[in-house]
Write a protein of this length. Structure first.
Length: 181
């Protein structure tokens, strides 16, 4: 419906690893002047799960986040291959990080994580009908899992104790859903 106002003359991959690539674009910006744009391309889709038990508790995962240089409380989340069903990836992440197995999943949120610099998309599910299994975190993860009343997780978002974008979106969306919106 809307055309790209950028006129790209060249594109070059400047960095690449197993998870991302960074492309440098040169061309004309929407005003017609010389411009550059850098795009971070993710090789996976971001997935998240907010698990809710019968007593209205949810499960948060805490870990040190290297890019931020600090500890972060989050919903269980991770990545799935672009050709993998996001729900399969979400099931795997919930089990890996918390040991939880859910009987029911419902799509809760789809979002662009930071559309000014990346093409990464995220899909977040609500999981119910929980059973406890055994967690198997990846070697890059040193996780702390805690069960909290959902209202406590919502308070943590409100008070900026949870700032991870997937977690904020999921918790706020679930709050609206529980209120009937």
């Amino acid at each position: 419906m809307h055309k790209n106002p950028w006129k790209i003359h060249s594109s070059e991959t400047k960095y690449e690893n197993n998870w991302i690539s960074i492309t440098h674009h040169e061309g004309l910006n929407p005003a017609g002047n010389a411009g550059i744009y850098g795009v971070v391309h993710f090789k996976n889709i971001a997935v998240g799960v907010i698990a809710l038990d019968e007593e209205m508790n949810t499960y948060l995962v805490g870990q040190y986040r290297f890019p931020l240089g600090r500890f972060s409380w989050e919903i269980p989340e991770g990545g799935g291959a672009l050709d993998e069903d996001p729900l399969d990836a979400a099931r795997r992440e919930l089990l890996e990080e918390t040991g939880l197995i859910a009987k029911e999943y419902e799509l809760l949120v789809k979002l662009d994580t930071s559309n000014s610099v990346t093409d990464e998309i995220a899909v977040i599910y609500l999981a119910r009908g929980l059973e406890q299994g055994e967690s198997t975190p990846e070697e890059t993860e040193q996780l702390t899992v805690k069960k909290v009343p959902f209202e406590e997780a919502y308070r943590m978002v409100r008070d900026f104790e949870i700032t991870d974008s997937l977690s904020v979106a999921a918790i706020q969306r679930l709050k609206l859903k529980l209120l009937g919106y």
